[in-house]
Design a protein around this ligand. Structure first.
Ligand SMILES: C[S@@+](CC[C@H](N)C(=O)[O-])C[C@H]1O[C@@H](n2cnc3c(N)ncnc32)[C@H](O)[C@@H]1O
Length: 254
C-alpha cells in the first residue's frame, strides 16, 4: 500500500530537511515557533497540527488535563509547550535528537514557560530518572514501518520511520511503567503506519490498544487518518479485546 511506503516517507524527510526555503520559524495554532535545522518540521506535514487537534489543546476538554506530561520525541516542542500553556503543571520533553532538545528549550523560553517545561535527550525512557512518573505519557511517533535492517542516513530520518518497529515495541513494553496510578499512555499514529503490526506487538507485549480519537486530513493526493491510541496493560483474566481498526475509528472520547 503506497501510503505506507517507507521509501516515500524517507523522500518526505529529505525534502523537509534540505528544502532551500526551509524556514527558521513557523506559525501553528496561532503561535510562532522556532525551527532548528535537522529537527522534524511541522510546516512540511499535517501530522503535528493533527496531533494538537486530537489532544484537544485548543478545547476546554483537552486530554492531558492539568497534571504532569511526558512527551517522547518532542521535535520543535510544539506539543510539550502547548501542554504547559494549556495547564499541565510539569512537562518533560525528550528526544533522541539533541537538536530537538535544544529546539524545545528555545520554544519553551519563547513562550515564557521554561520553568514548567524541561527538555532532555533520551532514547525513549533510557535516560529518565527511574522514579519519575507522569499523568500522561505521549509519543507522536515515527509511525512508518521500515525494514528491520534499515540504517538511518540522518538524524532527521528518525522522525519518520522506525526500522522493524523496534522503538514501537519498546514504547508498548515500557511506557505503562512511567505513569502515575490512573495515568494514561497515548500514541499518535496514522494510516501511514502498519496498524496490524502494531496490534501484533500489542499481543506480544500484553497490551491493549483503543482509539480515543481520530480524524481524516487530505494531504496532496492522500487521505491520512490520524489516530490517537491509548495503550494499557492487558488484564490477564479478561478475554482478548476486539481489534481497533482505522475503519472503525470515528472521533470519540472525552
Ligand atoms: C514525528 S516526530 C514528532 C515531533 C514533534 N513531537 C511534533 O509533533 O512535531 C517524532 C519524533 O520522535 C523522535 N524519536 C524517534 N525515535 C526516538 C527514540 N527512540 N527516542 C526518543 N525520541 C525519538 C524523533 O527524533 C522525532 O523528533
Amino acid at each position: 500500500m503506497e501510503i505506507r511506503s517507507y521509501v516515500q516517507s524517507l523522500q518526505r524527510s529529505r525534502e523537509a530537511r534540505s528544502d532551500s526555503r526551509r524556514p527558521d520559524s513557523f506559525r501553528l495554532r496561532g503561535r510562532e515557533w522556532t525551527l532548528l535545522p535537522d529537527v522534524f518540521a511541522p510546516p512540511y506535514t499535517t501530522s503535528t497540527d493533527a496531533a494538537m487537534e486530537l489532544l484537544g489543546f485548543h478545547e476546554d476538554h483537552q486530554l492531558a488535563g492539568n497534571g504532569s506530561f511526558l512527551e517522547i520525541g518532542c521535535g520543535t516542542g510544539v506539543i510539550a509547550v502547548s501542554a504547559a500553556l494549556s495547564g499541565c503543571e510539569r512537562v518533560l520533553a525528550t528526544d533522541i535528537n539533541p537538536l530537538a532538545v535544544r529546539n524545545t528549550a528555545l520554544n519553551a523560553q519563547r513562550h515564557g514557560i521554561a520553568d514548567r517545561v524541561r527538555a532532555q535527550q533520551s532514547d525513549l525512557f533510557d535516560a529518565l530518572d527511574p522514579h519519575a512518573r507522569f499523568d500522561t505519557v505521549y509519543w507522536h511517533s515515527n509511525f512508518v514501518l521500515a525494514p528491520s535492517d534499515y540504517r538511518y542516513a540522518s538524524l532527521h530520518e528518525r522522525a519518520y520511520v522506525d526500522p522493524g518497529y523496534a522503538a514501537h515495541r519498546r514504547y508498548l513494553e515500557q511506557a505503562p511503567q512511567w505513569t502515575t496510578e490512573g495515568g494514561r499512555v497515548l500514541l499518535h499514529f496514522s494510516n501511514r503506519g502498519d496498524l496490524a503490526r502494531l496490534h501484533a506487538l500489542a499481543d506480544e507485549t500484553e497490551r491493549e490498544l483503543s482509539v480515543v480519537r481520530s480524524m481524516h486530513v487530505e494531504e496532496g493526493r492522500d487521505t491520512i487518518e490520524y489516530l490517537l491510541i491509548e495503550i494499557a496493560r492487558r488484564d490477564a483474566s479478561s478475554p482478548r479485546p476486539k481489534r481497533v481498526g482505522a475503519a472503525t475509528s470515528n472521533r470519540q472520547g472525552s
